[in-house]
Design a protein around this ligand. Structure first.
Ligand code: SF4
Ligand code: SF4
Length: 113
């Protein structure tokens, strides 16, 4: 459907872009992210991961609008997307550490003095 009116500030609006991160060995190849991505950014790889599944990969990352749907829908928390413009190493590292923290260790109470 074509919009009936063009927004007055249409020239000032920027389409957001996302940087996709897939934790390949967590993916179980269910294809949810591929099926529901509104921009057809993702596809299933022909390669196998450690679990023996065909993981998703970003075939057309330039089309990603950072809507986060793939991140929300993934049952294995195997995919996340960060804005292209606010991605710092620290933020990425923090995100990956959280997602990959499979450790059963209790947090240490030790305080450095
Ligand atoms: S953030 Fe949105 S547009 Fe980008 S890959 Fe995920 S579902 Fe597709
Ligand atoms: S939704 Fe998650 S587990 Fe399923 S194919 Fe996509 S990344 Fe893999």
């Amino acid at each position: 459907m074509k919009p009936w009116q063009t927004p007055l500030d249409v020239d000032k609006q920027k389409t957001p872009h996302g940087k996709i991160h897939i934790i390949v060995d967590r993916c179980k190849g269910c294809g949810f992210c591929v099926e529901y991505c509104p921009r057809d950014v993702l596809e299933m790889s022909d390669e196998y991961n450690q679990k023996g599944y065909h993981p998703a990969f970003a075939a057309h990352e330039e089309k990603c609008i950072n809507c986060d749907l793939c991140e929300l829908i993934c049952p294995e928390f195997a995919i996340f997307v960060l804005k292209d413009d606010d991605e710092s190493e620290d933020k990425l590292k923090g995100h990956v550490d959280t997602v990959l923290d499979d450790s059963d260790e209790e947090p240490s109470d030790e305080k450095s003095s």
